[in-house]
Design a protein around this ligand. Structure first.
Ligand code: HEM
Length: 485
């Protein structure tokens, strides 16, 4: 094999990569040393902004295979035939900590899935929890500030975490989930994924359905106790990355079965819960799980920075047959992601191989900007409509329209029969075994007892009491006992 020659960025051979050029032996450096200048300058620009949330992540490629006929509910092409396979890319993540954090921590996990469909990329950007802490996107920046590092102490502060929750009774359901056994997955392979939001599917006849996605792990759920996690995080901060990478390298390809809950659109208005409230689930007794297909991860990225760090998922990347519901949180997210990525990666991030469509090509009149690569041919016009057979709109509806009524205003989400912030949190608590309840209460008390202000503790206790009197009493006793220690 011929020897590979080291070159500069412009392809010129490098004569010496060990000694900088100097004026005489032992003299000062020469500015004509292109290799030195380019190397140092390039190095200074290696880091880009990390994701403002979900900074730490691991990802893999794979495929989604349809196993069941769902054409009665959606016309999405990638779901239209049993046996059809679509290439996918899935990025898992923790939420609150920055890139330097550890994997084995109590935190929701991101489950961001890109389907490279023949109708363009479909991104389903979910979590490993079916619900979320808040139900209005206007609260998101405050929520995240309270969970991330404090501007003065530079670390996560129980005072901030619990003060936000004291003012967010709607978080009680998600807190109960997070502080319970599933709050620390043993690995990314051993947890479920959820779309969490309600989405709208439309079938070929134009009929609309609201759906919730559930990816059930075929590896079985495995979780860590707080003690096991603390030990693992110290031993191997990259434990989830190690596990995923090594499993796929060994050919032990993780998989998930996708189910959906389907609600005919006409049932939404009178359902006992607001179906567009992200802090609520739809009990399976109301809307059972319907199997859709299988997701398999079978290939590791070759380069973590190029493919994982630069990957970009956006909840508004839909394909015909799948659209947004009126969930306010989802609507806020439709804006936030691509905006974050234009800042984090630049306006042309959709041209990067991991983000570009694979089963079709993007054809539009977006032009130029930093790092532009796609300029089209000399015959392409850069305006539309044109008389030169340039790409043109289809005229086909992407999904059924949503009915709206009323006045504009800063409204709270509408209440349905069972809608309060505590009922489902109480239901989740009552479902737990005695041991599970003990661990839940110990985890909550471990955090809440560190809060310095008594009024913040009281407000949080009131939320647990409102969910279930026994729940509140147990947490209060555990907090008091720890504070007396
Ligand atoms: C990442 C905003 C709620 C799941 C992000 C990013 C932003 C963001 C700006 C970074 C995007 C990037 O730089 O590429 C928001 C806002 C929310 C919200 C404004 C509420 C209004 C949620 C919810 C979920 C979720 C409810 C799950 C159901 C994720 C995931 C990522 C992410 C999985 C990481 C995506 C990746 O792996 O690249 N979010 N988020 N977020 N968010 Fe959200």
């Amino acid at each position: 094999m011929s020897k590979r020659v080291l070159t500069t960025e412009s392809g010129a051979p490098v004569a010496d990569n060990q000694n900088s050029a100097t004026a005489g032996v032992g003299g000062p450096l020469l500015i004509q040393d292109q290799q030195l200048l380019e190397k140092l300058a390039r190095f200074n620009r290696e880091r880009i902004p990390e994701r403002v949330v979900h900074a730490r992540g691991s990802a893999a490629y794979g495929y989604f295979e349809v196993t069941d006929d769902v054409t009665q509910w959606t016309s999405a092409k990638f779901l239209n035939t049993v046996g059809k396979k679509t290439e996918t890319f899935l990025r898992f993540s923790t939420v609150a900590d920055s890139l330097g954090g550890a994997d084995a921590v109590r935190d929701p996990r991101g489950f961001a899935l890109k389907f490279y469909t023949e109708d363009g990329n479909y991104d389903l950007v979910g979590n490993n929890t079916p619900v979320f802490f808040i139900k209005d996107p206007i609260k998101f920046p405050d929520f995240i500030h309270s969970q991330k590092r404090d501007p003065f102490t530079g670390k996560q502060e129980p005072d901030n975490v619990w003060d936000f929750w004291a003012h967010a009774p709607e978080a009680t359901h998600q807190i109960t989930w997070l502080m319970g056994d599933r709050g620390i997955p043993a690995s990314y392979r051993h947890m479920n994924g959820y779309g969490s939001h309600t989405y709208q599917w439309t079938n070929a006849a134009g009929e609309a359905f609201f759906v919730k996605y559930h990816f059930k792990t075929n590896q079985g759920i495995r979780c860590l106790s707080s003690e096991q996690a603390a030990e693992l995080a110290g031993k191997d901060p990259n434990s989830h990355q190690t596990d995923l990478l090594q499993a796929i390298e060994r050919g032990v390809n993780p998989s998930w079965t996708l189910y959906v809950q389907v609600m005919p659109a006409a049932e939404a208005a009178d359902y006992r819960f607001n179906p567009f409230d992200l802090t609520k689930v739809w009990p399976h007794a109301d809307y059972p799980l319907q199997r859709v297909g299988r997701l398999v991860l079978d290939r590791n990225p070759e380069n973590v920075f190029a493919e994982v760090e630069q990957s970009a998922f956006s909840p508004n990347n839909f394909v015909p047959g799948i659209t947004a519901s009126p969930d306010k949180m989802l609507q806020g997210r439709l804006f936030a992601y691509a905006d974050a990525q234009r800042y984090r990666l630049g306006v042309n991030h959709t041209l990067l191989p991991v983000n570009a469509p694979k089963a079709t090509t993007a054809q539009n009149y977006g032009r130029d900007g930093f790092m532009a690569q796609r300029n089209g041919s000399r015959f392409d016009k850069n305006y539309e409509p044109n008389s030169y057979q340039g790409p043109a709109e289809t005229g086909d509806a992407l999904g059924a329209p949503l009915a709206v009524s009323g006045w504009t205003g800063t409204h709270a989400a509408p209440l349905h029969t069972k809608d309060d912030d505590f009922f489902q949190a109480g239901e989740l608590f009552r479902l737990m075994s005695e041991d599970e309840k003990k661990r839940l209460v110990a985890n909550i008390a471990g955090g809440l007892s560190q809060v310095s202000r008594e009024d913040v503790i009281e407000k949080n206790l009131a939320h647990f009491y409102a969910a279930d009197a026994d729940y509140g009493k147990r947490v209060e006793e555990a907090v008091r006992a720890l504070r007396e220690d």
